[in-house]
Write a protein that binds this ligand. Sequence first.
Ligand SMILES: Cc1cc2nc3c(=O)[nH]c(=O)nc-3n(C[C@H](O)[C@H](O)[C@H](O)COP(=O)(O)OP(=O)(O)OC[C@H]3O[C@@H](n4cnc5c(N)ncnc54)[C@H](O)[C@@H]3O)c2cc1C
Length: 460
Amino acid sequence: MPLNRDIYQALESILGAAHLTDQETDLQCYGYDATAYAGLPEAVAFPGTTEEISAILKLAHEHRFPVIPRGAGSGMSGGSVPCRGGLVLVLSRLNRILKIDTLNFLAVVEPGVVNRDLQQAVEALGLFYPPDPASMNFSTLGGNVAECAGGARAVKYGVTRDYVLGLTAVLPTGEIMRTGVQTVKGVVGYDVTRLLVGSEGTLGVITEITLKLLPKPETRRPVLAFFNRLDQAAQAVVEILHGGVLPSTLEFLDQPSIRAVEDYLHLGLPREAEALLLIEVDGERQEVERQSLRVREACEKLGATGTRLAQTAAEAEDIWKARRAVSPALFRLRPNKINEDIAVPRSRIPEAIRRFQEIAARHDLLIVSFGHAGDGNIHVNVMYDQKREGQESRARQAVEEIFKTVLALGGTLSGEHGIGLAKAAYLPWELDPVNLAVMKKIKDLLDPNHILNPGKIFPA
Ligand SMILES: Cc1cc2nc3c(=O)[nH]c(=O)nc-3n(C[C@H](O)[C@H](O)[C@H](O)COP(=O)(O)OP(=O)(O)OC[C@H]3O[C@@H](n4cnc5c(N)ncnc54)[C@H](O)[C@@H]3O)c2cc1C
């Protein structure tokens, strides 16, 4: 149902006029995320309390208008795009860190807190919140929880779900639900907290999050290694992990990414290398020293043609430059890209990359891969030029072939960005039909009128 005048006025009486808008320019600002998807909402709300959100959802449930939760809008799968009109619910006013409990190693936050702000606040107290999506400077913890965001440190520390102890969420009917515990252990009833983590704003609006914290590692040190053959790099990963070192970061760049970064920043990276590994270890100072030397030895043993071990913070920053520059460097290659975030079992990365290159050759396209070698999560970028006849449709075909390859290798279609609008059509490719049916029943049970973020996750 469209948002008519009566509903708008009811919303205004819940929120106050200052926190609701239907101005055309505002609507356009909240109609997109980091993908190419876009839609126009009918109104945008900026609630300040859980109770206001509850009242809004009761109204939406009764009058059957869509409500789309939104953090910073940095999602990579169209999750916060209002594809069916309705009300965009921006959580940015709920941005308080409510508690940092140094004795029990936990934090209680509102969903609009930016990831980096929490990281800095806990680190000042000697604590550590590991999930570090590359968007951590601007994405919100609510968005991170709704997407189950991961980051470069996932290989050692896991992803967002591993840190969420409990939640407050408003269900699509307006009921307020508390889940989880404030303890490390807790097994009472079904794990509804985990159900909400990664639910992409389709099962409830998260209004409070209890997060587990760790002690802050004393120091960290990166090592960079180049290999002339992809297989050598993959073997080095195995050697490092089997050698008893669990790095906090284990990233790789393939040859097209290395060349793109080198052409962009001129860091002296070898253009002939087929793979680059960036391995960072963290922990107690002497242990980090010992482990970084072992990492370098393992890379050299497996035939690395060059290694760099950071001795100072400035050298560490230089090493990270190469990894951080990949995304901007890619846009110098082609004006458009489709960025997929598939994951394959770690040992299958070389085979996956080889097969992606075959797909690229078959479609006369450039495919660039980089990402998290430690957890098998590869960012596969199909580069194209929209203005060139046929390139976009070839790129889309290539993406489908990439998905088939990934599933054949025992992988998954999304390692961290979620399904949203972007991958909804492909859900049945991966999910067992009974599993998919159970997911739909859960959605029907919690959101019988399908008002919360409709059109997302499930194929139309
Ligand atoms: C440059 C860049 C780098 C990125 N790097 C990474 C990365 O390294 N790892 C990674 O995992 N992802 C990454 N992402 C994508 C990632 O999903 C988001 O950055 C982040 O998790 C989304 O947070 P957000 O606040 O922007 O949420 P939004 O984009 O606003 O929303 C994302 C989804 O969460 C829902 N949502 C938001 N808030 C709530 C809430 N309070 N309650 C219920 N549902 C809610 C929305 O409805 C939507 O479905 C990156 C994105 C960009 C643009």
